[in-house]
Design a protein around this ligand. Structure first.
Ligand code: NAD
Ligand code: DAO
Ligand code: ZN
Length: 377
């Protein structure tokens, strides 16, 4: 049977403090669990958000990280969908194929392990599999993934098996940001050919929306960002034009977009997490049919607002988690599309770093200097 493994992991002891590199003991996978050797990990804003103490559900001490790729090291009792040696992507959004969410075509929010992942533990015994070697201190899991470690334990329902010829460095991005942007366009908005769209925030998620829009045949794609340096990437990914709200001070950006588009866009996407921008994104939509999709995660306690008349007159407000993809089924298909050169991944990787560089990577993220920094475990 599998034995405990000693390895390195980055531990978040408390909000707003740098992570600490520790030697941890990773216990063997129990029934329905998989122990994964992490190969590559990327940083996403949600990790920074939780570390920043903004996530009311954030638990400490914990091992953060939810965008990664790896190889199965061992499996617990009853695990049938993966075996040691399989290449996998841990998915914060599980897929059990049996709960009422998984059986519905309308959602991807599997409920099978949510209660335990939200509490930072594994379902089988409501315990963590991580202990710090030196102190014996138990460390919570994060989002059911905890990928800032050389080894992690995930539920089988959160482990997507992928083909072995895909490079693990690129496909780790399918664990969150890129999949989310593509899915927001394809699954949540279901954008049709010839549509017009506005994308607010030109980070990885916004750029992935743009890529999804190009695939969907959108004829006009307006990129919106307050950092003009982001426009080069926006245009490269497929924007037909970019606007900077800073150039229109005193005038709400939704007014500017409505004017540019003879009444508003068919679809808009908020990829920032700013509730004021969420309002602009809704209100730049066309009367009668425009749909706005919220993707950004706002700080806890914040509220969105608009005049109800905006909805009465036909605009639609929606949101999406993981782009509506049913993770274990859809992630392998996204890997296929990458291998068929239908979607890009490498272009999102602006920094390649080592496992030791995680705190440096967090600094880059905070300074807005990177799309994705990928670390080799
Ligand atoms: P990012 O920081 O790389 O990109 C955000 C962009 O927004 C930056 O280019 C920034 O300059 C721009 N921006 C900031 N304030 C702005 C404003 N007021 N007006 C216009 N532009 C502004 O972030 P990212 O990694 O692309 O993630 C975007 C958001 O999506 C985050 O909130 C993240 O937590 C969230 N997210 C949600 C899901 C989901 O499933 N719903 C998944 C992944 C990420
Ligand atoms: O409650 O069933 C649920 C799902 C909760 C997770 C939703 C996460 C959406 C945003 C995640 C940000 C990026 C990782
Ligand atoms: Zn389910």
């Amino acid at each position: 049977p599998p034995q405990p493994i000693e390895c390195r992991a980055w531990v978040a002891y408390e909000p707003k403090k740098p992570l600490k590199l520790e030697t941890v003991i990773v216990n063997p996978p129990q029934k329905g669990e998989v122990r994964v050797k992490i190969c590559y990990m990327a940083l996403c804003h949600t990790d920074a958000y939780t570390l920043g103490g903004l996530d009311p559900e954030g638990l400490f001490p914990s091992i953060l990280g939810h965008e990664a790729s790896g190889i199965v090291e061992s499996v617990g009792e009853g695990v049938t969908s993966v075996k040691p040696g399989d290449h996998v992507i841990p998915c914060y959004q599980a897929f059990c194929d049996a709960c009422k969410f998984c059986l519905s075509r309308k959602t991807n929010l599997c409920g099978s392990v949510r209660q335990w992942t939200g509490n930072g533990v594994m379902k089988n015994d409501s315990q963590s599999r991580f202990t710090v070697k030196e102190t014996g201190k138990k460390i919570y899991h994060f989002m059911g993934t905890s990928t800032f470690a050389e080894y992690t334990v995930v539920h089988e329902v959160s482990c997507a098996k992928i083909r072995e010829d895909a490079d693990l460095e690129s496909v780790c991005l399918l664990g969150c940001g890129v999949s989310t942007g593509l899915g927001a366009v394809w699954n949540t908005a279901k954008v049709e050919s010839g549509a017009t769209a506005a994308v607010f925030g030109l980070g990885t998620v916004g750029l992935a929306c743009i890529e999804g829009l190009v695939h969907a045949g959108a004829k006009r794609i307006i990129g919106v960002d307050i950092d003009a340096k982001k426009f080069e990437a926006g245009m490269k990914w497929g924007c037909t034009e970019c606007v900077n709200p800073m150039d229109h001070e005193g005038r709400p950006i939704q007014e500017v977009i409505v004017e540019m588009t003879d009444g508003g866009v068919d679809y808009s996407f908020e990829c920032i997490g700013n509730v004021e921008v969420m309002r602009s994104a809704l209100e730049c939509c066309h009367k009668g049919w425009g749909e706005s999709i919220i993707i950004g995660v706002a700080a806890s306690g914040q509220m969105i607002q608009t005049r109800p008349f905006q909805l009465v007159t036909g605009r639609v407000w929606k949101g999406t988690a993981f782009g509506g993809f049913k993770s274990r089924v859809d992630v392998p298909k996204l890997v296929d599309r990458y291998m068929n050169k239908e979607i890009k991944l490498r272009d999102y990787i602006t920094h390649q770093m080592q496992f030791e560089d995680l705190n440096k990577a967090f600094d880059l993220l905070h300074e807005g200097k990177c799309l994705r920094a990928v670390l080799k475990a």
